[in-house]
Ligand binder design. Sequence first.
Ligand SMILES: Cc1cc2nc3c(=O)[nH]c(=O)nc-3n(C[C@H](O)[C@H](O)[C@H](O)COP(=O)(O)OP(=O)(O)OC[C@H]3O[C@@H](n4cnc5c(N)ncnc54)[C@H](O)[C@@H]3O)c2cc1C
Length: 380
Amino acid sequence: MSHPVLVIGAGLSGLYASSLLAQAGQRVMLVEARDRVGGRVLSQAPAGSAHRVDLGPSWFWPAMNPRMKRLIAELGLASFPQHSRGAAVVEGQDGKVYKHQSTWEQSPSSYRVAGGMQALTEALEAQLGDKVHVQANTRVHAMKLRPHAVELSLEDARGPWQQLASQVIVTIPPRLMAQDISLEPTWPERFIDDMRATPTWMAGQAKFVAVYPKAFWREAGLSGDGMSHRGPMSEIHDASDASGQVAALFGFVGATPSYRAGVGNDALQQHALAQLVRLFGAEAAKPLWTSLQDWAQEPLTAAKEDQRPLSYHPMYDVGQVPPPWEQRLWLAGTERSPNYGGYLEGALEAAELAVQGLLESLKTRPPRAQATVPAVGELQ
Ligand SMILES: Cc1cc2nc3c(=O)[nH]c(=O)nc-3n(C[C@H](O)[C@H](O)[C@H](O)COP(=O)(O)OP(=O)(O)OC[C@H]3O[C@@H](n4cnc5c(N)ncnc54)[C@H](O)[C@@H]3O)c2cc1C
């Protein structure tokens, strides 16, 4: 029996790549270091509430994201436009708050997935089928190129082990690949430098969410949109469910990762709540539930270089694989998307391109190269 294709990372890109490979009849081992799939996609709800608020990505743009639009429809998920009706508020550096009567609608319109963006990764995982084995809580440390396979060194709670793969798709951010995965034969320095120079999109960010008994800001004619030059949040939006029954606000914490680490999670949440009071009124002081997700403190998302905040959206591209690894190793993950790098749509595009390349290579490969490796054998 031939070795499976091994996909590293069960974020949106790894889940989608695995799904496409399974549809094409390939056996897949999807290896994920966290105890959950989804990667940067993370939605949480207060105990007893059905409405999950996004601590990672919230939006997709149906007019610009054809794959997201199609996949969400195929998986039978509901989506709804981002609420932005009402006045927006702006906080100056001096702490003065100004009301902007106009609505700040994103153009083209941004949409959210009912049940939180995690409903998408959960639905993808649920339809993977028995051709895909999801190996969670398992970290990839190294890859060795064998004559007709790739040997991977993995580690789970029981300790280290090895796995042979016919092909590998890497979906983890390039900086984590350079930092955490050793390669034999080693890649020329310029390939490693390219990976280190590719910022992980939003990895230096933190999101704060607060759930309320009602959307009191809407009753006051406010949309929930806010901008602040004072902080700690720089940009705030409504995060209520589609009906507005479960009310919530979220904000991107503009303060730098090092400042956030210095202040600490609890104090930062208090500062964020005080800011919501300044912007939206006294009722903001009494949330039912709050959460702060600091992605810069997640070693499976942010590399050490990601601790420096980004002030621009980088140009991403597919990335190169040095010659001995070509046709064995494929690069995916949103940071490898040529047209939508950084976005959810990019995670899908990069997965699609990697799977297309891999399937194409199988058609042209001489039969001998598809054989198993008797000298090493399947080590697990
Ligand atoms: C706060 C925030 C807000 C965002 N907002 C939006 C938005 O509104 N719209 C939008 O389109 N995009 C947004 N994004 C970006 C979006 O989240 C990403 O484009 C997308 O989730 C990336 O998916 P991925 O599969 O490429 O990578 P990831 O989700 O990072 O998946 C990589 C996976 O690899 C795993 N992994 C890492 N190292 C190893 C290892 N050594 N061994 C095994 N597994 C490993 C990780 O645990 C992870 O599960 C946002 C991101 C953040 C953080």
